[in-house]
Ligand binder design. Sequence first.
Ligand code: 13P
Ligand code: SF4
Length: 336
Amino acid sequence: MNSETLTAAKNEIERNGFLDIEPDPTLDLFAEIERLKKEKNAILLAHYYQEPDIQDVADYIGDSLGLAQQAEKTNADMIVFAGVHFMAETAKILNPTKKVVIPDLKAGCSLSDSCPPPLFKKFKDQHPDHVVVSYINCSAGIKALSDVICTSSNAKVIVESFPKDQKIIFAPDKNLGAYINKVTGRNMLLWNGACMVHEIFSLEKITKLKVRHPNAKVIAHPECEDPVLRIADFIGSTTGLLKYTQKDDAKEFIVVTETGIIHQMQKANPTKTFIPAPPENNCACNDCPHMKRNTLEKLYLCMEYEVPDITMEEELRLAAKKPIERMLEISKKAGL
Ligand code: 13P
Ligand code: SF4
């Protein structure tokens, strides 16, 4: 792109979050993405909540911890992050010299948005004797105010790395925080944030489904509310849930998390049945609208033109890097 086109592209990305160009309809986007990966020495990392086409073309599909670990160790020149903003931002924090591109810069996260750094800073200042453990679903600004980061697959281990009497603030997910309080016997102070997808599941509808499918196992993500978690046969991160479906003998599973993960569950267990848990309304609210902003077309365009890419001030990056590195270190020691 010449400098004029690049300026126009940047303005458009600021407005839309992506380059609004129609790729040539005769292009085989799967083949094009493979070609671009080789040409640009790029690695394509995708979260389980991405649409099936994106998962199928990814080099690595995983949960938030797995994705951060892949981002930390990659030798690629460019990281293509098919996920939401905080995930790509984490990859950039760990790889300041690499280009990190995302199909849609406006792929955000309601949980991350529920914790604005200036408000959180005030809250933190009111509790100077507390350490801060933040869920990775938060902005770099919140990470920079944290002592350590965690994900849904290592939250218990991270919290238990502190002495039992250590006062802790847990942000931003009150549901994951409450769940970790329960399983560790701690009394962490919880920031009042939640995920719009995991909060919407209907206990009543899941219970009715369970009556119709008495042998189905209910498997839930810990971002769900406590009443839903109470009826779950298994609670885990997306990777944890996927592994459970592979080792458990049940033939049917009611899946209480974003529907994207069902693609991998079905691939790994072709003879088993996966029923997406219903939300409160007759909407598709168990699809994350942020994750689903990414499409195969936008993925191809971000690889071809290398925009939108993640940028960040160096001071913020360095402050946000410390608690992420601490998380990766603790996870490694714990064999996660
Ligand atoms: P995990 O990737 O840790 O399972 O979390 C799910 C999620 O909500 C990511 O946004
Ligand atoms: Fe955020 Fe929830 Fe979407 Fe995950 S599923 S990106 S936590 S809004």
